[in-house]
Design a protein around this ligand. Sequence first.
Ligand SMILES: NC(=O)c1ccc[n+]([C@@H]2O[C@H](COP(=O)([O-])OP(=O)(O)OC[C@H]3O[C@@H](n4cnc5c(N)ncnc54)[C@H](OP(=O)(O)O)[C@@H]3O)[C@@H](O)[C@H]2O)c1
Length: 247
Amino acid sequence: MKNDRSLARKRHSRRQGKATTNSLRGKTAIVTGASRGIGLAIATVLAREGVKLALISRTPPPPGLDEAFLECDLADPARIPDAVARALGQLGGLDFLVNNAGIFLEKSVPKISLADWEKTLRVNLTAPFLICRQTLPHLAARKGRIVNIVSSSAMQGYLHQSAYVASKHGLLGFARALALEARPRGVHVYNLCPGGVDTGLLQGTELGARLKGQPMIRPADLAEMVAFLLRQPANVDLPEIAIRRFV
Ligand SMILES: NC(=O)c1ccc[n+]([C@@H]2O[C@H](COP(=O)([O-])OP(=O)(O)OC[C@H]3O[C@@H](n4cnc5c(N)ncnc54)[C@H](OP(=O)(O)O)[C@@H]3O)[C@@H](O)[C@H]2O)c1
């Protein structure tokens, strides 16, 4: 009887107990596209949290983060395996992968050249596939996590953005299927789908002009969301998050 009561008390305190969140200190992460914009904000927050970083892009991030820089043009699939291998060597094990690098294309369908189409898909979809394929065993070894910076363009069509929209629908579809393979290996896959974020991505575009002066999502706010996701306990999943501008 006494034992029953103490077991019930333990169960109750477990249920009512404080939320468990993981510290990020000492963890390792690859972040793509951290030279500016959202990726730079994510790298800045992860560095603040004590995460050891490898940052893959064509140009380096600003001083303070540049030591973690690994140069690679993600539009060239042949160059990716070496860059990822260098990142893994530098980090000595992988807890987190943030697929963030991306390019925007705003052209009506008749004006999209095959080269435009293929480049958009190579950077936004093929590169995350190749990086996930190479890093999954390393992430599985540490029950790690993948964060994809997708887009609201993965959930609806937008005028004159068919290549970009296709690449982001493709990325979300790939990530949904990947999650089924990753789950039994203890690896979480999170997909963030933001609307307009205040970066240079849309500069000089019709969409950028339409959004001018309107409230935008701040890169730092997205970066804090990434840190929040990475801190979540393993028994909780937040697979897809739509983040809209509140106007
Ligand atoms: N801004 C938005 O409104 C918005 C909304 C939804 C989703 N997103 C997504 O968020 C991600 C980041 O976008 P952002 O707004 O931060 O754009 P951004 O400011 O233009 O930054 C893009 C980043 O991707 C890297 N990148 C681009 N092409 C690359 C290539 N060929 N090889 C390697 N790295 C490359 C760039 O680095 P280098 O130029 O140095 O290579 C840069 O660090 C993208 O996937 C984008 O689709 C953005």
